[in-house]
Design a protein around this ligand. Structure first.
Ligand code: NAD
Length: 669
């Protein structure tokens, strides 16, 4: 397809004639059939909802087609409207339109639907099984048409994938405002998503799927590296002491597959158990794990040798992780660091394989006898936790990796509760690692995309970012020197590690000052013509963007972790400080109803407006969360917000007074 044809297709929006049906391509990774949930009356509503995009004379034909989709797949994707052009992030100047900002958003939308990036591209799902960019292909087509015709005096309003339309606004307003899955709180149970999504009135945006900000596996590799690196630091006295330490975990799937790579970067011996041989072999063939072993005795001997020689090596064990914990206990193999990344947010449908059952038997039983399977999972979780407890009694440091391991183990009656009966025995990765070491100081997953699509631009931005961080590090307080050093090391190795999949994107952890200075330097380089325009953004899993009591805000201890003011404030604040687009979502990572998360995108075009916006918005986007973490009495956040006030006289934050334990403990409750 030529560029002209591509542009004409975008500008056309909904085709005037009904296109031919498309064959179901079985080689593509498709979303599973969703469960049957609608009543006959609700199905009628779903059909009427789908048909309202089309002229009445097409309804008879399309009604039959869409009902078949609803019955076959549990959703109406409108497959026949899937465009024929290749889906990928094109250079920004190839998009038709009147607004450069709108073109930047088109680029990011297409990246999220790129076959190399998206998990189920034909169902418009980017990641996480349900993280949707749109509910159906007509919403995609209509949105792209609006973006191609809008000016910088308009804002496009997106209701969970549905483009409500263009509204007059002004140049410095967001070009797009996205809401995904926002529900009246009482209607936010998992089955509510199934029902209202099937009816075509809401969608699950995950974090960066429905906000057009996903950048492929690079984001995961970086986050996992930061976590494992800092977890190792908690248990090692110094760099030399890291050598020979053993990390045991599970899962070589979508996100969990980054664990061995992170273990190698941290310099430890890692054993990652994986029950699915295909998943282990895939990661091995991709070079993400060094060795594969499927015999427990062989594994034990190999680990003993690695410990003796103080090797840095990653080993995949094909088998159940419970067997590894138990075997290493009886063989007295000391585990320094332990975690788990099985998919326990989805325990009954393949997220966790019980130790008593062979892999294939589990797959059969979960489909044909789900109640019995649930019993096996819970029994396995009790054994799993008991084995972990034996190791931690010997000194192992164990942390929950945001996969609901402790939550499901507790629900299964495993011994994982703390003495107070409220908290868990073990911390989550945010409580002990990312929270105090990163988020409280304002460090989070800042990212950018080079809109020209040129590798040279990405290389130049890496150099600019590295230079900025090195200059900043000369005057950084000792409290954040380690974070600065880690990120300088990451950015220096980024080109060599070939992390790009899809758009020319980069991620690094930076605090407010770092993000602002890097962005400012990019904008100058754009103004001088050294590089093309750059799109800034971040993961919602960040300092300020996400309220999620068992993950991002799990290290908030003043009782406010079940509130969502921070995420909402964040997006409102970003929107009037110059964001190009903002998004706020219900759900993401930990589940529908369990989290509210927000984010932004910002186009840097080298202008003075962009310079003003980036300073104002990035400052707020980070310091909102640091201020809240400070108010929750988090020591590092109090330090960081006081430091921010010294730099910016217009920033005035309420600092908490700390009550002495002696005062409280004297009282009778
Ligand atoms: N990496 C991160 O940055 C991060 C952050 C927060 C949360 N998480 C959580 O981690 C979990 C894993 O994510 P994913 O994308 O890798 O999921 P995934 O389903 O792709 O992978 C999980 C893997 O665990 C394996 N497995 C299940 N039970 C097992 C067992 N008993 N023993 C050995 N292997 C077993 C499965 O075969 C699967 O390959 C999710 O719950 C996710 O929300 C990850």
């Amino acid at each position: 397809m030529t560029l002209d044809q591509f542009q004409a297709d975008i500008k056309q929006g909904i085709p005037s004639e009904i296109p031919n049906a498309k064959p179901y391509e079985s080689q593509i990774n498709h979303a599973p059939k969703r469960k049957e949930i609608l009543t006959a009356d609700e199905k009628k509503l779903a059909l009427m909802n789908a048909l309202r995009y089309f002229p009445a004379d097409q309804h008879a034909v399309l009604a039959v087609d869409f009902l078949k989709e609803l019955n076959d797949f549990g959703r109406i994707y409108m497959y026949r409207y899937r465009p024929d052009y290749r889906m990928f992030a094109r250079p920004i100047n190839e998009y038709p339109g009147k607004s450069l900002q709108a073109k930047a958003i088109m680029l990011m939308i297409q990246n999220n639907l790129d076959y190399a990036v998206a998990q189920h591209p034909h169902e418009l799902i980017t990641y996480g099984g349900n993280g949707a960019v749109f509910q159906n292909w007509i919403q995609y087509r209509l949105t792209m048409k609006y973006l191609s015709e809008m000016t910088d005096d308009q804002t496009l309003v997106m209701y969970s994938g549905h483009p409500m339309g263009l509204f007059p606004s002004h140049k410095n307003a967001p070009r797009v405002v996205v809401t995904n899955g926002m529900m009246i709180p009482n209607y936010s149970k998992p089955d509510d998503w199934e029902k209202f999504n099937a009816m075509g009135v809401t969608q699950y945006g995950q974090m960066t799927a429905g906000s057009y900000m996903y950048i492929g596996p690079q984001g995961i590799v970086h986050g996992t590296t930061i976590t494992v690196l800092n977890a190792v630091r908690r248990i090692a006295k110094n760099r030399d002491d890291i050598k020979g330490k053993l990390f045991v975990t599970a899962g070589l799937g979508g996100m969990s597959g980054a664990q061995p790579k992170a273990g190698n970067i941290a310099g430890v011996i890692s054993v990652t158990a994986e029950v699915n041989p295909k998943a282990a072999q895939t990661r091995h063939s991709q070079g993400w794990v060094d060795e594969i072993i499927s015999d427990l005795n062989e594994l034990t001997e190999r680990v003993k040798v690695a410990k003796d020689k103080k090797e840095t090596v990653s080993i995949a064990f094909i088998g159940n992780v419970v067997d590894v914990w138990e075997k290493f206990d009886t063989e007295n193999v000391f585990i320094d660091l332990g975690s788990d990344q099985t998919s326990l947010h989805n325990p009954w449908a393949g997220g966790y394989y019980p130790v008593e059952l062979p892999f294939e038997d589990s797959n059969e039983m979960m489909a044909n006898n789900p109640e019995k399977f649930k019993g096996f999972v819970q029994e396995s979780l009790r054994r799993h936790a008991a084995a972990v407890n034996k190791h931690t009694a010997k000194g192992t440091y164990f942390f929950d990796y945001g996969n609901a391991f402790l939550l499901e183990a507790s629900r299964a009656g495993a011994d994982v509760m703390a003495e107070n009966g409220i908290d868990f025995k073990y911390p989550s990765y945010v409580q002990d690692i990312l929270g105090p070491m990163c988020f409280d100081f304002g460090f989070g997953p800042f990212r950018w995309v080079c809109a020209s699509g040129k590798k040279e631009d990405l290389q130049r931005t890496d150099e600019i970012a590295c230079q900025v961080l090195e200059e900043m590090m000369e005057n950084s307080p000792v409290e954040i020197q380690q974070q600065m050093a880690d990120n300088i090391q990451w950015i220096k190795g980024a080109q060599e590690n070939k992390l790009v999949v899809g758009s020319q994107a980069r991620i690094l952890y930076a605090d407010a000052e770092g993000r602002m200075k890097i962005a400012e330097a990019f904008n100058k380089a754009i103004a001088s013509g050294e590089i093309g325009s750059v799109i800034l953004g971040r993961d919602h899993h960040d300092v300020s963007g996400t309220d999620s009591p068992y993950r991002e805000t799990s290290n908030i201890y003043d009782g406010s972790k079940f509130t969502a003011d921070m995420a909402i404030q964040n997006v409102i604040g970003d929107s009037f400080r110059g964001a190009t687009w903002v998004s706020i979502h219900n759900g993401g990572g930990v589940g529908w109803g369990e989290v509210i998360n927000g984010g932004f995108g910002m186009l840097l075009d080298g202008s003075a407006d962009a310079d003003r916006n980036l300073k104002m918005m990035l400052h707020w986007d980070v310091n909102n969360g640091v201020a809240r973490r400070n108010w929750a009495r988090n020591e590092n956040a109090i330090f960081a917000i006081k430091r921010a006030m010294e730099v910016e006289p217009l920033l005035k934050i309420t600092i908490p007074e700390i009550v002495g334990d002696d005062i409280i403990d004297k009282l009778k409750f």
